[in-house]
Design a protein around this ligand. Sequence first.
Ligand code: GAP
Length: 439
Amino acid sequence: MAEEKNDLMEKIVSLCKRRGFVFPGSDIYGGLANSWDFGPYGSQLKKNIKDHWWKFFVEQRDDMVGLDASIIMNPEVWKASGHTENFTDPLVECKKCHHRHRADQIDVTKGCPDCKGELSEARPFNGMLRTFLGPIQDEGAQVYLRPETAQAMFVDFVQIQQTSRKKLPFGVAQIGKAFRNEITPGNFIFRTREFEQMEIEYFFNPAKTKWEEVFAVWQKAMEEWMMTVGIDTAKTHIVDIPDGDRAHYSKRTIDFEFEYPFGQKELFGLAYRGDYDLEQHEKVSGQELRYLDSETNEKVRPHVIEPSLGVERGMLAIILSAFEEQKLEGDDVRTVLHLKPAIAPVQVAVFPLMKNKPELVERAKEVYSALKKDFRVEFDDNGNVGKRYRRQDEIGTPYCVTVDFDSLEDGAVTVRDRDTMEQTRVKTEELKKYFENNF
Ligand code: GAP
């Protein structure tokens, strides 16, 4: 069973590399500490996931606005937020092989997981990545790359509220890079030192709205979103994080965990941060971070519910949920990614039946150009049609369109469905409507 799971992870990593989803970063120099680059299809898939999230949680709602803040913030932000002091993991080092581990992720009583050597005492290790601003690299120039996108949404709260004129309750959404100096990055794109977050801070007046209700609404919204992007909900589990294990700012956290081949682990999180952050920033900055309630004329310090989603973890869960190896005749195996059309890197592939027949190529290019105005379309005339289908199946293209000799006579094309492999004749002028109905 464990072997089968390792095998599955190997297949996913290999498919991602082979088909241009994810490559090892700095590969020609031997890579760099579990860093990954997202290739032509991977960057498109990642973008589609983020666009879908933004549309779902920002554009289609009346109570949400966006923010795109700097990665490097004033270091006072991290003092106020508690990250300088509390954003730590317990680090142990093996006295024999000198490998480092997180004490909370291994059984320390069994010694070093790599060589069984004796482990050092655990010491807190701060997970923020440091750099320097300007030419002089002294303590005064030291800054951090943000470990979460969240803080700017607190720091900018008043400007966001005043310029958007939103009334409580309302939320702020942000997508962007975050950095953590993880002790043990690994498991492909699951745990890296550089990653992207899609976060929301949903502000509400605790005197008017119960936090438990807001929390439940956001839990449901996250579940709905996960379904619409094709995360297998049968493999998703909700885990209530007990007191003592939660982040320093949280009064309640649930993790959405996913059954990855390497174990059931955190996918996304939902936290009730109370007014911890706004209060801390008020104290340290000396600025008021409040909302003027026009009904009561009271200045309110809102509380927040925070849905926080990692883009790469989401992408991995989506790929794992979509992956299937279908046994066909004999030893033939068809590898398919059943990606939802909304996020598939390519939505329609267009082929001429034969590449050496100019009349077919010309008509196929016309079909391709027309569809490209509305969908993500790829033109492919490499190899034979069977090979093109297999390639498109592996990158998750929902439909392939073939222009054949009959097309020149009847103005119709063959549309092949990735999931059922069924083929349908559709008039070229009806293709747009056909896909709109099926996407
Ligand atoms: N603002 C709250 C916050 O940052 P978190 O649980 O530490 O909470 C949120 O992180 C999400 O970010 C996680 O659920 C996960 O999806 C993603 N994430 C965290 N650390 C990560 C890492 N090292 N690599 C990839 N994704 C990570």
